[in-house]
Design a protein around this ligand. Structure first.
Ligand SMILES: *Cc1c(COP(=O)(O)O)cnc(C)c1O
Length: 402
């Protein structure tokens, strides 16, 4: 059979062999989940605080559905801004100690909106080499020609780039204005768990008059007082221009958001194409997220438990002889290097009751394959011990540890 889909027939087979098959989960996301009718320890979700199946949050969503229905009905600028969207944005701004907040359909979309709205083709972006795919895609979407990459978290290299662009930034754009310079970084690097040196980035940004943007996807609900994020962790309130977060990880639901000065948030509300031309998050999403923010404002107990669990698990893995990289956060990458080894490792974990997917290219560089373990606040010590024991057994079988 020859037809116009031949390329896909050919390439999908390749993709599945070297890539991944996607497991189907037939339970909620908790400490355990169900795959192919079997209960497995959930060791790789981003549901850090257990909010994805939290009873209080579920009930908030149900109550909201009864009152307001399900869908918002239109893009937000037509009739789709529900009172819950407004409340959620107010609560997020307060939670993040920022002037204002705007909610998008995901963290990915929020990154697109931020970069595409604030920067034009002739502006300048300076980006960490390990930034998340959504930042890379955002820079492409904005068609920014002047893009510069600095070595991962390397402030000497960042300064080198900022010096290098001295002439470029004094060259007026077609409209006569000088180009903007934006330094953009992940807050927590999602595959390694290390943190961007934000205080130094802010210092350099001030010295070289650049705007700053941080993607705090893995810092929200994890870092800072009550999980307020990396800006709070470094006490840099008001000093990062564009603070992007996700509502799909620790917050346990779905969505993304940006906090910052009111003028910038208002600008997004008027100009961001992702806001103007795509419907906002659903009613149950918004209600669930309001409940999640309320819980975090009131109590930091889940955040504390998350860190306690993470520290315990990292200690266990280290004792067992695994290389867990240089994570500074609950993200616990078990470094394996070889992609095939990582695949076999993950498969054997699953056979032994532990679900932890392998992370391979293009999510990390070739030769840097790993299994990224994600402890959460809803794992018990027994769960963590079970997980570590299975890792040890498989690790020995495959000659990774002794
Ligand atoms: C997960 C992630 C995103 C995307 O967030 P979604 O809400 O899932 O769209 C963006 N940036 C980083 C660093 C992430 O880890």
């Amino acid at each position: 059979m020859s037809n116009h889909l031949n390329t896909f027939y050919r390439d999908i087979e390749k993709a599945i062999v070297v890539g991944r098959t996607i497991p189907t989960v037939s339970s909620s996301q908790g400490a355990y989940l169900t795959i192919a009718e079997k209960k497995k320890l959930n060791f790789c979700s981003n549901n850090y605080l257990g909010f994805a199946q939290d009873k209080r949050i579920r009930h908030a969503a149900i109550r909201a559905i009864k009152r307001y229905g399900v869908g918002p009905g239109a893009v937000r600028v037509i009739t789709g801004t529900n009172i819950l969207h407004v409340k959620l944005e107010e609560k997020l701004a307060t939670f993040k100690k920022a002037e204002a907040a705007i909610v998008f359909q995901g963290g990915y979309v929020a990154n697109l909106a931020a970069i595409q709205t604030f920067l034009g083709k002739e502006d300048i972006v300076v980006s960490d080499e390990l930034n998340h795919a959504s930042i890379i895609d955002a820079i492409r979407l904005a068609q920014i020609k002047n893009k510069f990459v600095y070595k991962h978290c390397d402030m000497v290299d960042l300064e080198r780039v900022l010096k290098e662009i001295a002439t470029l930034r004094k060259t007026p754009k077609n409209n006569g204005q000088l180009p903007l310079v934006l330094i953009v970084t992940d807050g927590v690097f999602s595959m390694d768990g290390d943190c961007a040196p934000l205080p130094q980035i802010v210092k350099l940004a001030k010295r070289y008059q650049a705007l700053t943007m941080v993607d705090d996807a893995h810092g929200e609900g994890v870092l800072g007082d009550h999980g307020r994020g990396i800006v709070d962790h470094f006490d840099l309130h008001g000093q990062i221009d564009i603070d992007v977060g996700t509502l799909s990880k620790a917050f346990g639901v779905m969505g993304g958001f940006i906090t910052g000065r009111k003028v910038l948030i208002d600008y997004l509300r008027q100009k961001a194409r992702q806001f103007l031309f795509s419907t906002g998050i659903t009613i149950p999403d918004a209600a669930a997220l309001i409940a999640a923010v309320d819980i975090l404002e009131k109590s930091d107990s889940r955040v504390k438990t998350l860190w306690k669990n993470a520290n315990y698990l990292k200690k266990r893995f280290t004792e067992l002889g695994f290389d867990i990289g240089n994570s500074e956060t609950p993200i616990t990458p078990v470094m394996l290097g070889d992609e095939e080894l990582a695949g076999t490792f993950s498969q054997k974990l699953l056979e032994n009751g532990v679900f932890a997917t392998r992370i391979v290219f293009p999510m990390v560089l070739r030769g840097k394959a790993r299994i990224r373990v994600m402890p959460s606040a809803v794992h018990t010590k027994k769960d963590l011990d079970f997980g570590a024991k299975v890792f040890h057994r498989v690790g020995k079988q495959l000659g990774v540890v002794v």
